[in-house]
Design a binder for this molecule. Structure first.
Ligand SMILES: C[S@@+](CC[C@H](N)C(=O)[O-])C[C@H]1O[C@@H](n2cnc3c(N)ncnc32)[C@H](O)[C@@H]1O
Length: 221
């Protein structure tokens, strides 16, 4: 399996990701619920959201986590961004059911966030780095560090390399058809975060329907 992992870099260019996710937005919730719910719920626990915070979710998708974030932070500011307008439209639909909630959803890229330096208490980023080429990950981490306040939290979950029986099936599928997997392959991020000056205090492996996820909590020192 090691040789497979070594060649699994991103194969769907970022310039096409918006369109890929516009196309799968209507069916994404089924996938995102069946295989990722446990890991996503764990990120919400680790975020320990305090009402009144400035929270940013990058790659908000259809709002599966953002809905829960906004509910927990009614008096703070909640910003959600994503490349895909189709995914954002689904998120908007979900958030509308909360009524007068305090949030902003915008089409934006993780590479160029439209927020001032050191303004974010907690930055949540779920299942996005598994779409990003290795060579570009550092640029995004620098951007995350720029907007995070000192001691601000970074909460991540991504598809990771399978550690238990059967979990390698998804990388095997990706290797045959990256688009079938929505461009996602298994990655491991702790070392990369540390390399960019973030302090990792939690790294957990979760598996649901054989789908391997890693959940990470890190701080900006
Ligand atoms: C697998 S989905 C995850 C969606 C959501 N975070 C979740 O957990 O359900 C990946 C999302 O990342 C978004 N995305 C990919 N690259 C991005 C980038 N550079 N900036 C912002 N969003 C990006 C895609 O448009 C898509 O909505």
């Amino acid at each position: 399996m090691q040789s497979l992992q070594q060649k699994l870099d991103a194969r769907v260019p970022q310039s096409e990701i918006g369109q890929v996710y516009d196309e799968i937005a209507s069916v994404y919730n089924l996938w995102g619920t069946l295989t990722e719910t446990r890991a996503r719920n764990r990120t919400l626990e680790l975020a320990e959201i305090q009402d009144g915070q400035q929270i940013l979710e990058v790659a908000v998708g259809t709002g599966l986590a953002f809905y829960e974030i906004v509910k927990r932070n009614p008096h703070g500011h909640n910003f959600g961004v994503d490349l895909s307008k189709g995914m954002l439209a689904k998120a908007e639909q979900r958030l509308r059911t909360l009524g007068q909630a305090n949030y902003t959803l915008k089409a934006e890229t993780a590479f160029d966030l439209q927020l001032e330096d050191e303004t974010v208490d907690t930055l949540v980023n779920n299942y996005m780095f598994d779409l990003i080429p290795f060579k570009d990950m550092g640029r995004i981490l620098q951007e995350f560090k720029r907007v995070l306040k000192k001691s601000g939290k970074l909460i991540l979950v991504n598809m990771t390399e399978g550690e238990r029986w059967g979990s390698q099936i998804y990388d095997w599928l990706y290797d045959r058809s990256p688009r079938l997997m929505g461009g996602c392959r298994g990655v491991k991020l702790s070392a990369k975060l540390q390399e960019h000056g973030l302090v990792v205090d939690v790294r957990e492996y979760h598996q649901q329907m054989l789908f391997p996820s890693e959940v990470i909590r890190a701080y900006k020192p």
